[in-house]
Design a protein around this ligand. Structure first.
Ligand SMILES: Nc1nc2c(ncn2[C@@H]2O[C@H](COP(=O)(O)OP(=O)(O)OP(=O)(O)O)[C@@H](O)[C@H]2O)c(=O)[nH]1
Ligand SMILES: [Mg+2]
Length: 575
């Protein structure tokens, strides 16, 4: 129908049909065939576009090098069905996870976070996450698992800080967050900033921005939060099918995003916040299935990159690549010459090159050239050994230029040796012995389900808890035996009985004593102060006598005493 649609159709809906993913019309505007817009390194350059196919050409999954990326991504996301793992609104109640990566999806209410989760999992009818046209549908932190569960070997390599950490069920977790800018902003701030700052498993954040609306104040606030948390960030523009101005509109939004990122970078001094230059374009709610398919693949790439599953050949994907080797202060930067320069130096004493002239002579003299070379190589080897086995996005792209080797110029760019998160990561790792013990335990728990173990468990249970029939006959046997012994040794039996009786009697007495002492009031509680009738018993307390009264009472008592004395002497006399 679309192929034969005339340019001015008498049926307006015909114009909404799409010809293909690359040329799709919504209203009068052509849907742009753009995978991502690339933010350049310098403010003087302009934003470039990358077609979806080109995005996939330059990279591959670390687990399947050399294979076509889009196919591998589809396999990863859909072969093992994605599943809802759990939801929690309180950060402190989240389950422990130090083994697999988590990527969180953030954005304003109704921007399409939950729709994206469904699209990634290939649940077109919103079968996984709840979606609504009204803002504020998602209220808790929702974990969704994607990809197959790690193998035992992978678990072994991952290790864990906690012994009671649940075994991961998926390759990575996608975390759907409640939207901000809605009524629940207060709670949002607390729990989610805790999540972004404290959760060591979180490897990156996807920030969704409405392609038509562009970044709002709340989005800027979120980006600042992410910059403070030093969490790797990728921007995804959603609802691209709704952009009225097509590619031009997308470019405008991307420019606003760029300005926002630039402003944050200017304000923060650290400048080590890593955000991706690729601003991904998606339209998972578009009417054309081709558009949906191609944009879902793009979103899959964005998430997999953050989860650390993609090996990128393109060097300029990340804005800031984190240097994870040794940190060298600016003053200690040493000049390391290129190979050709070394050759020249060995041949004869050459004229100082422009590069060598730039370096203060004191630095040059610190080490001889060949010594400097070997020292650097040692350093590099040590750093590599230290970080071996870590799959990180930047691992494949660490350039020699950064430390100045091979270029003939010392680079004066400051890099952090290890980010806070990396430190945390290495601290979380168990020692080898602990990890082996944890794995043994895990294997045991697997074995416990085997048939042989089940039989053994039943046998053990029978021994400790024999069935009732046997129990009764055992008791009868014991009684018979006891009677026989009493008959055989009457004296001993009598003595034993006396001892037992005495013990019983003592026990009984103690029990009675305890019962009576419990019955007695222990202390007058506050609510047991004397009532009006009791007050007579406390007369001397409640009604103090004055001095005269006291005198007379005293005299009276003395008189009584005298009377008693007289009576007693009279009796004696009578006797
Ligand atoms: N046209 C179009 N509509 C979309 C797209 N993505 C999402 N929507 C629609 O946007 C609405 C909101 O989607 P949700 O996924 O619930 O948004 P959310 O960000 O999870 O919202 P909260 O849970 O409230 O924070 C739904 O009606 C979706 O159908 C898209 O790419 N294009
Ligand atoms: Mg939602």
């Amino acid at each position: 129908l679309g192929a034969f649609a005339p340019s001015r159709s008498p049926w307006p809906w015909v114009q909404h049909r799409c010809l293909s993913a690359s040329s799709c019309y919504h209203g009068q505007v052509k849907y742009p065939n753009v995978g991502a817009l690339v933010i350049p390194e310098f403010r003087t350059s302009s934003i470039a576009e990358i077609a979806p196919d080109d995005l996939f050409k330059t990279s591959s999954l670390s687990s399947a090098p050399g294979q076509p990326l889009d196919e591998e991504l589809t396999k990863l996301y859909t072969k093992t069905p994605a599943a809802f793992v759990y939801a929690e609104s309180d950060f402190y109640k989240l389950k422990k996870n130090t083994r697999v990566s988590e990527v969180c999806i953030l954005g304003r209410s109704n921007v399409g976070k939950s729709s994206l989760v469904n699209a990634l999992a290939h649940r077109p009818n919103n079968g996984l996450a709840f979606v609504s046209t009204k803002a504020g549908k998602t209220r808790s932190i929702n974990m969704y698992g994607f990809g197959p569960a790690p193998t035992i070997k992978e678990l072994q390599a991952q290790g864990s800080k906690y012994k009671d950490e649940p075994i991961p069920t998926h390759t990575f977790y996608l975390v759907d967050m409640p939207g901000y800018g809605h009524a629940s902003q207060k709670e949002w701030g607390k729990n989610i900033s805790l999540y972004l700052n404290k959760r060591s498993a979180v490897k990156g954040a996807i920030v969704l921005i409405d392609a038509e609306v562009g970044p709002k104040d709340s989005d800027l606030h979120l980006l600042e939060l992410l910059s403070a948390a030093q969490l790797k960030t990728a921007i995804v523009l959603t609802k691209a099918d709704k952009v009225k101005k097509g590619l031009e509109g997308l470019r405008e939004t991307c420019k606003k995003v760029w300005d926002a990122l630039h402003n944050i970078e200017m304000r923060t001094t650290e400048g080590n916040w890593a955000w991706e230059r690729d601003v991904y374009v998606t339209a998972v709610g578009a009417r054309d299935s081709n558009v949906v398919k191609s944009t879902v693949a793009i979103a899959r790439l964005a998430v997999a990159r953050l989860a650390g599953l993609v090996k990128d050949e393109r060097p300029d994907v990340a804005k800031n690549k984190r240097w994870s080797g040794k940190m060298i202060s600016f003053d200690d930067l040493q000049y390391i010459p290129s190979k050709s320069e070394v050759r020249e130096t060995n041949a004869s004493t050459p004229e100082p090159t422009q590069a060598t002239r730039d370096i203060p002579s004191s630095s040059k003299n610190r080490l001889g050239l060949s010594q400097a070379r070997t020292a650097f190589e040692d350093l590099e080897r040590a750093a590599k050994a230290q970080h071996a086995g870590r799959t990180r996005i930047s691992a494949g792209r660490r350039s020699r230029n950064w430390t100045g080797a091979g270029t003939g110029r010392a680079h004066a760019r400051a890099f952090y040796s290890t980010s806070v998160r990396n430190d945390e990561e290495s601290q979380n790792k168990l020692t080898k012995a602990e990890r082996d013990a944890a794995i043994d335990e895990f294997l045991k728990s697997l074995k416990a389900n085997s048939e042989r173990d089940r039989v053994r468990r039943i046998q053990l249970e029978r021994q400790t808890n024999p069935p009732r029939v046997f129990k009764r006959s055992f008791e009868a046997m014991e009684k018979r035996e006891a009677r026989r012994l009493v008959k055989q040794f009457p004296e001993i039996a009598a003595r034993t009985k006396a001892v037992l009786d005495r013990r019983l009697a003592i026990g009984e007495r103690q029990r009675q004593n305890r019962a009576t002492s419990e019955a007695e009031p222990r202390a007058i509680q506050e609510d047991q102060w004397p009532t009006t009738t009791d007050a007579n018993n406390h007369r001397d307390v409640n009604q103090a006598m004055d001095a005269d009264e006291f005198e007379s009472a005293f005299a009276k008592s003395k008189g009584l005493k005298d009377n008693e004395e007289k009576q007693r002497t009279n009796k004696k006399k009578a006797l």
